[in-house]
Design a protein around this ligand. Sequence first.
Ligand SMILES: *Cc1c(COP(=O)(O)O)cnc(C)c1O
Length: 348
Amino acid sequence: MLPSDVMKKAQHEMLDWQGSSMSVMEMSHRGVEYTSIAKQAEADLREVMAIPDNYAVLFLSSGASAQFSMIPMNLLRGKKKADYFNTGSWSRKAIAEAKRYCEVNIVSDSTDNNFTTIADKSTWQFSADAAYVHYTVNETIHGLEFDDIPDTGDIPLVADLSSTILSRPIDVSRFGLIYAGAQKNIGPAGLCIVIVRRDLLGDTLAGTPTLCDYKVQDESGSMHNTPATYSWYLSGLVFDWVKQLGGLTAMADINKRKADKLYAAIDASSFYNNPVDKRYRSWMNIPFTLTDNSLEADFLAQAKEHGLLTLKGHKEVGGIRASIYNAMPEKGVDALINFMATFEQKHG
Ligand SMILES: *Cc1c(COP(=O)(O)O)cnc(C)c1O
């Protein structure tokens, strides 16, 4: 979902952005109007996430998956090895891509527990000569989320924050690089935010395409070529919306309440199940199954009739998944919980 206030603002400005006689979609990305939109969006994101000045903030149109390759291209810096956590489908994809560029050491692997928990940190196997350590903070498909930031000492920590960025405060200074596809918890598809410590840039792998060089992107203000202007603009409206709401601390309170409620409803019933270790349960993506899984199709069809949409689990794992990103209002979660109770009464 996108916040309806943001959609209304975009609708209001659609044909004529602030008296410019242009839609944002019609503007040159180098014009004064668009430049002000782009700069404001970056300033608001920097403020909301408290991003230190020695970090670049990039607005790239290549998506989160493209970072799976751009990260080794930019951050290996002559080294031959990188450390990766394997905690779910997105980690696995990042690992497969990194293997094209370097040796990958797996720090911890959740394959054997079906991605329902993360092994204790005393078992983690870091390598001393890794160029960086990569982890997926929230596994969107499995609903598995780290409850803490791994301590990697002087080795830069790289985080895929696609489905949990802006859901709560995070200490950016603990990271070498953070990336997030906008379409989960920020704005519309077509944009990927990269936040990277500038001292790590400038030593790319030979053959790295110009557009994949973070330093080139930083020095051109993410405008070496035409960026995804409208997605950038809409994301800016979302950053402002988060600010007006009270920032990430306020956002975290709302998100925690929403997630706690839904997990409590699932756990209180033997009709619904969520297999994830309580300590590592996602605040954003809550997958669950019906004990009698033959009722799933019926559940989804009736949910749709109640205006509860896109609840089908990812094709890789099946079941049901409630993605309750920032823009999902608390009353949306309440409506789902009520529907689940009614469905259970009828079929349980
Ligand atoms: C969706 C998602 C991606 C992939 O995003 P694209 O922008 O489609 O490439 C990567 N990582 C995580 C954690 C995701 O949820």
